[in-house]
Design a binder for this molecule. Structure first.
Ligand SMILES: Nc1ncnc2c1ncn2[C@@H]1O[C@H](COP(=O)(O)OP(=O)(O)OP(=O)(O)O)[C@@H](O)[C@H]1O
Ligand SMILES: [Mg+2]
Length: 410
């Protein structure tokens, strides 16, 4: 097993989530999936494993990453580009059913009518007076693919980023366009005959759920089955570390592996891979020291602010998905919770919200706290620990807590 900490993993490197893949595959039989979760928890690796699983059953599967898309046309162009190589293997019958529609689609995508930021929702690209509405072309692309006899899985990675891009770039009608996009996805796509054989897996690391709730469009994504990726059970985490250690000929005892898992606390594979990566580097540097004696140092290197780590995404994500005022309050709450590995008491956190909302009633502050608390639970920043008899909100991922407190310390 390779010590990969960053890029999606596959084959023998995809560890411990076969059951998750089987579960997701099962859902796709009848439903579409919305797979949301923080950065690096393994969304892409898992989605690709699901693609492999359905391909083995004879489905066709496409992947598009739409993080760089800033409008609806970019989205369809991505879809078409992924589709092109598939077309080559369509049967004669499928090709003849589609007629010359295949050849025309590229030109149609180029001249799609999309709203121009600032020009209101009816702006049209210059010189494209007879251009079509993007939804018409998008639906036609789907009709084309449904000519193939096989079932399809379309995996759209980072959809929320694209939707946030649209909102950011088009202050006037961005929200309306996002609603139209999601409505198209939910209603128009379902209404297409034969497109029932197309299943979707949509994933993303910034809260699509927050976005739709804030703008009152939760109905648009409710038809998808919402899924997340839970951390490994401790036993699985320990076994993965043992397997890595064996691959790299490192003597790591069961106790050492448990020590790492305890230091991570939320054993998502990425953080285990990171911890192992730093440990491996230290072992090379200090070959005379035992691995056990280097674990704490490895964990420390992992949380160095400004170091080679991904924790800043956790911070950036708050400001992407929450408004400025909410993001500031959420930061303050997390700063408080980070001070103690056991977290902060609910009443103290509520007091902090009240202080930051002068002029609001106690009830308003309480509502604000509850709303943000739930977002922070759902997005895996913290959890409510009641084991001591008082409710405390504490970080899930201990290295994140340590990183958080260091970046908040003079
Ligand atoms: N099943 C797995 N087995 C082993 N390692 C894994 C597994 N899934 C994820 N990882 C670890 O997590 C890292 C990130 O995986 P992946 O790119 O799939 O996550 P992601 O959620 O799509 O991330 P991003 O939000 O950055 O796109 C991998 O490089 C690897 O270290
Ligand atoms: Mg990914």
């Amino acid at each position: 097993m390779d010590n990969i900490a960053g890029s999606p993993v596959e084959g023998g490197n995809f560890y411990g989530r076969a059951e998750v893949v089987a579960h997701l595959r099962g859902i796709l039989e009848h439903d579409d999936i919305l797979l949301l979760g923080p950065r690096r928890i393994g969304k892409t690796s898992t989605a690709r494993a699901v693609m492999t699983a359905v391909r083995n059953e004879g489905w066709r599967a496409l992947e598009i990453n739409v993080a760089a898309c800033t409008n609806e046309r970019d989205f369809i162009a991505k879809l078409e580009a992924a589709l092109k190589p598939e077309l080559a293997s369509f049967s004669e019958k499928a090709r003849s059913l589609a007629g010359d529609a295949f050849d025309k689609i590229t030109g149609r995508i180029k001249s799609i009518k999309i709203p121009i930021p600032g020009a209101g929702s009816f702006g049209v690209d210059i010189g494209e007076a007879d251009a079509e509405e993007w939804t018409v072309v998008a639906s036609d692309v789907l009709r084309l693919i449904s000519h193939a006899e096989e079932r399809w899985m379309i995996y759209i990675d980072e959809l929320p980023i694209m939707l946030f891009n649209i909102i950011r770039n088009d202050k006037q009608s961005g929200v309306q366009r996002v609603r139209r996009f999601l409505d198209w996805f939910r209603n128009d796509v379902r209404a297409l005959p034969d497109v029932r054989r197309v299943r979707w897996l949509v994933s993303g690391s910034v809260g699509l759920d927050t976005l739709v709730q804030e703008h009152g469009m939760a109905d648009t994504i409710n038809s998808m089955r919402h899924q997340g990726l839970t951390a490994y059970k401790d036993e699985v985490a320990v076994a993965m570390l043992a397997e890595l250690a064996e691959s790299y000929k490192i003597e790591l005892s069961d106790v050492d592996a448990r020590h790492i898992v305890a230091a991570v606390q939320w054993p998502q594979p990425y953080y285990l891979q990171m911890a192992f990566h730093h440990l491996r580097a230290l072992i090379c540097e200090y070959p005379d020291d035992s691995p056990a004696s280097l674990i704490d140092q490895a964990m420390e290197i992992m949380v160095q602010p400004g170091g080679d780590n991904d924790f800043h995404h956790w911070e950036i994500r708050l400001s992407i998905q929450l408004g400025r005022a909410d993001a500031d309050i959420a930061m303050a709450l997390l700063n408080m919770a980070a001070r103690d590995p056991l977290g902060a008491r609910a009443e103290n956190l509520l007091d902090a919200v009240q202080e930051r909302m002068p002029g609001s009633t106690a009830e308003e502050a309480k509502r604000a706290f509850i709303r943000l608390r739930d977002i922070l639970i759902r997005d895996a920043y913290w959890w409510a620990d009641e084991t001591s008899g008082v409710k405390r909100y504490r970080f899930r991922l201990e290295p994140l807590r340590r990183w958080w407190i260091r970046r908040d310390t003079l």
